[in-house]
Design a protein. Structure first.
Length: 101
């Protein structure tokens, strides 16, 4: 059953199992597809998806409902987690690599 943002928010704010399931059912596919566009490794993308849900669940009280939809907010969380992952995995030009054996 599809819930609008107000109904979904009410469910999630109670931290009920039904709220968690509804949040996942409604948004996991678009979130994962968005993450996979940036991180093509399925395992890493799924890790980011899990982190996104964990952060959203723990910070639902901070959700800016007047500014954006729940999906847009979660996309922002996922994008930030993706950026953190890619930044930590890309060698910096300023880092000196030790290639000695």
């Amino acid at each position: 059953m599809w819930l609008n943002d107000q109904e979904l928010l009410a469910e999630v704010r109670t931290h009920s199992r039904a709220g968690a399931e509804a949040l996942y059912d409604q948004y996991s596919k678009p979130l994962l597809l968005s993450i996979l566009r940036r991180i093509p490794e399925p395992e890493s993308a799924n890790d980011i998806l899990c982190e996104t849900y964990k952060i959203a669940w723990e910070t639902i009280h901070l959700y800016p409902c007047a500014e954006m939809t729940i999906l847009a907010w979660m996309m922002k969380i996922a994008r930030n987690r993706t950026l953190i992952l890619t930044e930590t995995n890309i060698p910096s030009k300023n880092k000196v690599m030790d290639v000695r054996n």
